[in-house]
Each structure stands twice: as C-alpha cells, then as structure tokens.
Design a protein around this ligand. Structure first.
Ligand code: PBG
Length: 363
C-alpha cells in the first residue's frame, strides 16, 4: 500500500467509523488531531533491535547510581551471614574495607554503614552513639584511610545503640522524646563527622533535627559534610531483616508509628521534604522504595532536588525469596526494580543488591 494512502486513512473498516482513533478526535476541549495513527505509527519499530532499544532508552542506570549499605560487626576477619537477608553478611572493619575496595572497583561511589553494636554496650540512652571509638567511627576512620576515594554515608539514629531498640530516648510512658533525642543526634552526627563521614543521613524522623545538625556542622567547621535526610521514611513492615542485621529486632518494644510516617500519607511527605530542605538537607530520601514510587515522583516534580530511594531489607528479601522459589530471575528483577527508581526521578538508590547490579551493569 502506498504511504500516502496509509497517512490519509486506509480502507480498513475500523478506520472508517467516525471518532475511531486519535486522528479523528475533534471537538471542544480535545487536543488537535494527531498527524497519524496505526499503521503509520508503529511503536514496536524502535524496539525491534537491541541497538535501537539502547538508542531510545529514556533512562540510564549505571553503577554511579548505587549506594551499598553494609553492616559492621566487632572482631577481626569476621563474616557473619544474616539469615533473613540471604547473601548479605555483617563484616568486621577489615571486611568493610575490603567491600569498599570492591565497591570502588565496580564504580559504586558511596557506601552506607550500619553497626551491630554488642549487646552489653546498648543502654536506654544509647550513649555508645557518642563514643568516638565506637564500631561506626572505627569503620569510618579505617575506610577514609584505606579507600579515601569512596563516599561514606552514616546513619544517624539511636536504634543500634539503645537497649529498647527505638531511634530515640523514651519517657516513662515509652513515648520517644523529640527535642531531647534531637540533641543526642546532633552529638552522634558530630561524632561521625569527626571520624570522617562524608554524608550524614538522619533516619530517626525527629522534628527539627536536620536544622540542628546543619547548624552544628557549620559551627564545628564541617561545612562540606552533606546531609541526606531520610525525609519521607514510613513506618513499614519491610524493615524486619535490617533489624536482625543490627540486632534490634528482639529488643524493640512496640512499633515506630509515633515518629515514622503513616503509609496512607503523601502530602505529609511533601511537607517533610520541604522542611528538611529548608533546614539544610542537601538531598532527601524516600524509604522504603518500590511501594513508595509515587512519593518519589511527587517529591522530584515538586522540588527538583536530588532524591534517593532506599530499597530496604524487606524488599531485598522479597526478591531473593522469589528467586529461591523459582518465581523470578534475579538479574532481570534486580535491574528492573533499580531502573524503576531512576525512571521515577531518583538520583540514586541504596540497595543491598548494589555490588551484584554493578557487576551486571559493567558486564
Ligand atoms: C534505623 C534504620 C532502619 C533502616 C535504616 N535505618 C530501620 C528502622 O527504622 O527500624 C531500615 C533499612 C532496611 O530495612 O533496609 N533508624
């Protein structure tokens, strides 16, 4: 059939009926007619070969988009597998340094650290968070010494240090106190910055803590230490394996709903983000990841700032369980989920699959 007759409308019965197809759309409030429709337009054309799919990709995913969360354990030469996170281990500081070198060689720009504090150092006030020689600080110093070319992101919250597993200080009723907790978090952040942390990542969800931490960093002359706030962090059922990894699951009494967000809320997430940015956050995080892609999209379109997602432990475990059950192919779903974050507007993703994904992307 000549092209001209294709464009002018063919003799196909379906195309004769008025109002059928965009090309015939008209009338008040409707968009002007488009120039052509099927078969002139065949969206499958650009998908027909691998080179063309690559050329038309709207989103790219590279190892530079990945942040690798690592769990630190006491000891030397220790690799301690985490049962609920198959394939993920806690490493002693020497192992953390080795993982950081691996990350650097894979092109991953940054690692995130979480300590499994020995039980005897956990107290109601989480005082170990302020110890300049705590596990976290020793790991930061070792990393900055051995692998200075990689970024170190440190979590600010008291849950790895408290005997009750909450992110802050409790009053006599068990309520997590805001302002008193924020004061301790400032000390924790300064302790991490002094050890060499590059990015302070408050994950505690106390009101006002970003501003207080920023002010303290300025005062103490850590002007280039970044803050990536866990701005929209939801009270989630997807954190279970993480709590195993840092040893707080068995200790935690109750839930974190008086400080972490309600999954019903999206406008509130935008308010959280607005406040954290006004208080001096350099970037914001949405957490968990995939169940909150709508939040990522809204934050990005509203604020045009760097947004990161945390694909959390339960999301990782879900993928691994599906793979183990033969219900999914790991490489495909790992890359697909990470691409989804980029497509939604993320600058990067914290993921336990970071090293595996980077290997796939480098292949
Ligand atoms: C601690 C913290 C949590 C995570 C990151 N920082 C757990 C929690 O809030 O209970 C979860 C990460 C994950 O599940 O992978 N404040």
């Amino acid at each position: 059939m000549p092209v001209a007759s294709l464009l002018a409308g063919s003799t196909r019965p379906a195309e004769k009926s008025p109002g059928h197809g965009l090309a015939r759309a008209s009338g008040k409030g409707q968009k002007p007619p488009m120039s052509a429709t099927y078969p002139a337009v065949r969206l499958r054309r650009t998908r027909a070969s691998a080179w063309s799919r690559r050329m038309h990709a709207e989103t790219v995913l590279t190892p530079a988009d990945l942040i690798w969360p690592l769990f630190i354990s006491e000891g030397d030469g220790v690799e301690d597998p985490i049962a609920s996170l198959p394939g993920v281990s806690r490493w002693s500081v020497d192992g953390i340094v080795a993982r950081a070198k691996e990350a650097r060689d894979l092109g991953i720009p940054c690692i995130a650290l979480f300590p499994n504090t020995p039980k005897h150092l956990r107290t109601d006030d989480g005082g170990e968070a302020l110890n300049p020689d705590n596990l976290m600080c020793r790991a930061i110093r070792a990393l900055k010494h051995a692998v200075p070319e990689i970024g170190v992101l440190t979590d600010v919250a008291l849950d790895p240090y408290t005997a009750h597993g909450h992110d802050g200080l409790l009053d006599e009723t068990g309520y997590v106190l805001n302002d008193q907790t924020a004061e301790v978090l400032v000390g924790q952040a300064l302790n991490q910055a002094a050890a060499g942390a590059d990015i302070i990542a408050p994950s505690d969800m106390m009101d006002g803590r970003v501003g207080l931490i920023r002010e303290a960093l300025e005062t103490e002359n850590y002007v280039n230490v970044q803050i990536m706030s866990y701005a929209a962090k939801y009270a989630s059922g997807f954190y279970g394996p993480f709590r195993d990894a840092v040893g707080s699951r068995g200790l935690l009494k109750g839930d974190k709903k008086t400080y972490q967000m309600d999954s019903a809320n999206a406008e509130e997430a935008l308010r959280e983000v607005a406040l954290d940015l006004a208080e001096g956050a350099d970037s914001v995080m949405v957490k968990p990841g995939l169940p909150y892609l709508d939040i990522i999209l809204r934050v990005k379109s509203e604020f045009q700032v760097p947004v990161f997602a945390y694909q959390v432990s339960g999301e990782y475990a879900m993928i691994e369980a599906a793979v183990a059950a033969g219900a999914a192919e790991r490489d495909a779903v790992v890359l697909e989920t990470l691409m989804a974050f980029k497509r939604a507007g993320c600058s990067g993703v914290l993921t336990y699959h970071a090293a595996h994904a980077a290997r796939l992307l480098n292949a």
